[in-house]
Design a protein around this ligand. Structure first.
Ligand code: ZN
Length: 224
């Protein structure tokens, strides 16, 4: 039987590259995207288009946690940070775009689906090199989570633990752009901007990181 993986998927550059990586590794993939009240629905539309293109089943989960309103990625009344690129990733600097425990919540949903369908792994696209200071993007967090899930799932109890695969964890944004291009991931359909609209804003942290990644990789961003 073909190995199966649940891919946590936002429709952005990173998770689209992670999804293409899992498909290239031979996994039959199920994708999960989350509507957690983001400032716009643009990235969920991107997730749908990419899943359709890749022929992957997409589960769209709505998670309206009222306390996510402390995050500028969700609350339109808060201003998105426009920090200098040099400051992004500085240790101890957790930006207002941090959604409390987001990857902990998302990974738990991923484990739930994986346990329900008997999948071998969950796949996520965090990376530490260019990470924006989010504590839930660190590798030690994922190793600990994999251990916890081995105790808390049917598969784990049966001695077949569900793995967490984070193929981008040690890559820079440039490395991710290169990997995505090499895997023929549909990067032209991806959306990374924290703002909505027809075109990426070019000013937010995410736009800046992405632009620097493609520039460092010597590639044109196919989404522009
Ligand atoms: Zn932007």
């Amino acid at each position: 039987m073909k190995k199966q993986a649940v891919v946590l998927f936002s429709g952005g550059l990173d998770s689209t590259t992670a999804l293409s990586w899992a498909l290239a590794k031979g996994y039959k993939c199920l994708a999960v995207s989350f509507d957690y009240g983001q400032r716009h629905s643009r990235e969920n539309a991107a997730a749908r288009a990419i899943a359709r293109r890749l022929g992957v089943k997409l589960y769209e989960i709505k998670l309206a946690f009222p306390w996510f309103a402390s995050c500028s990625l969700v609350n339109k009344k808060l201003t998105l940070p426009d920090v200098k690129l040099a400051r992004i990733g500085r240790k101890g600097d957790i930006p207002s775009t941090y959604v409390p425990g987001r990857n902990l919540v998302f990974a738990s949903v991923g484990f739930s689906l994986a346990d329900a369908v008997g999948a071998d792994a969950i796949v996520l696209g965090p990376n530490v090199v260019d990470y924006s200071g989010y504590p839930d993007c660190r590798p030690e967090f994922y190793r600990a989570l994999e251990k916890a899930a081995a105790f808390g799932t049917r598969r784990g109890a049966g001695g077949r633990k569900i793995k967490i695969l984070t193929p981008l964890i040690a890559l820079s944004k440039a490395g991710i752009a290169k990997l995505g291009a090499r895997l023929n991931a549909p990067l032209e359909l991806t959306w990374s901007c924290y703002n909505g609209g027809k075109k990426p804003c070019g000013h937010c942290d995410s736009c800046k990181l992405r632009a620097k990644g493609f520039a460092d990789a010597g590639l044109a961003d196919p989404a522009l």
